[in-house]
Unconditional design. Structure first.
Length: 135
């Protein structure tokens, strides 16, 4: 008795799509996106955005990327890139993960590298300098 279903199939009667799993994944960045990034990088816009994000984190830490986007008026994609660069430069850390008040999903809260989550009093977090930030 011959069976037309491959022995490695996940569901009887349906062949497993091995092509998707064996192909290497490459980033397909459009040439226009690369050119645009190069232009804004040369213009110093990325550096300015990082400074804006760092200042906002300093004033409002701990803070989520959604809150940073709202405060700075920048898109979250740009905020994410800036946060990644600041983490890489060891200026910012992901302080903790908690539920977002807006989305009720677990999100990361960012702060300066020397900020410490000292005590929790209701919905306020207090760091060592006594500054509070509501979550």
């Amino acid at each position: 008795m011959t069976d037309s279903t491959p022995s490695n199939s996940l569901t009887p009667g349906k062949a497993k799509d091995t092509k998707k799993r064996t192909e290497k994944k490459y980033h397909n960045t459009a040439q226009t996106s690369i050119e645009c990034f190069t232009i804004i990088k040369k213009a110093g816009q990325i550096k300015r955005e990082k400074e804006i994000v760092l200042n906002a984190i300093t004033l409002h830490q701990p803070i989520t990327s959604r809150e940073l986007s709202y405060i700075t008026g920048k898109e979250r994609g740009n905020i994410t890139r800036s946060i990644f660069d600041l983490i890489k430069a060891k200026k910012v850390i992901s302080a903790f993960t908690d539920k977002c008040k807006t989305t009720n999903k677990r999100v990361q809260y960012y702060s300066l590298i020397d900020w410490v989550k000292a005590e929790i009093d209701g919905d306020e977090l207090t760091n060592d300098s006594g500054h509070c930030s509501t979550i």
